[in-house]
Design a protein around this ligand. Structure first.
Ligand SMILES: [Zn+2]
Length: 172
């Protein structure tokens, strides 16, 4: 985990939620798993309260993810606050792929957090709660940062300036 200094960029996830995400990842193998995380802004960052799995409807789910539109829309209208998107890299590291970065503008306006998980080859867990078993998942958290300097009518707005900033992930 990258040790970031400063208080404004921390993502807090309860162990139980992190384990739900890990479970969903392992149950979906060898395909990529995806879903959304619900939560709220908290002092110093964002606090996740719940994970909602969403069906991956990508034509090639072994290497891509596409959120099922119906489930996504149902989530939006459920009254919960969607703060982030989660998906997994079953065969690689939990860092954004080229395709992930290209698809970012689709989510940039709607969510603040981008989470990627990968199977953890060793049993060490980021979870510090001794009552929970190791999650067997490596996870990276990123903040989705958008720039608003481009006008919607601008032809370049098809490629708005969206990028990812690593967040400190705290599993409690
Ligand atoms: Zn990806």
């Amino acid at each position: 985990m990258a040790a970031l200094h400063g208080q404004q960029n921390t993502l807090t996830i309860p162990c139980s939620v992190e384990q739900e995400m890990s479970r969903h990842m392992h149950l979906s193998l060898p395909q990529e798993a995806c879903g959304v995380v619900l939560g709220e802004s908290a002092a110093g960052g964002i606090r996740i309260s719940r994970f909602q799995p969403i069906r991956n409807v990508a034509p090639d789910p072994l290497h891509h993810f596409t959120l099922d539109q119906t489930e996504w829309i149902r989530c939006i209208f459920s009254g919960s606050t969607i703060v982030g998107i989660f998906h997994t890299h079953p065969h690689t590291t939990p860092t954004p792929s080229h395709e992930d970065l290209q698809a970012l503008p689709d989510f940039g306006g709607m969510v603040q957090v981008y989470l990627i998980g990968s199977p953890n080859p060793d049993t060490q867990s980021s979870c510090s709660n001794p009552n929970e078993s190791p999650s067997r998942m490596l996870m990276n958290a990123y903040q989705i940062a958008t720039s608003n300097h481009q006008q919607p009518s601008n032809a370049a707005s098809k490629f708005p300036s969206v990028h990812l900033i690593p967040m400190e992930l705290r599993v409690t």
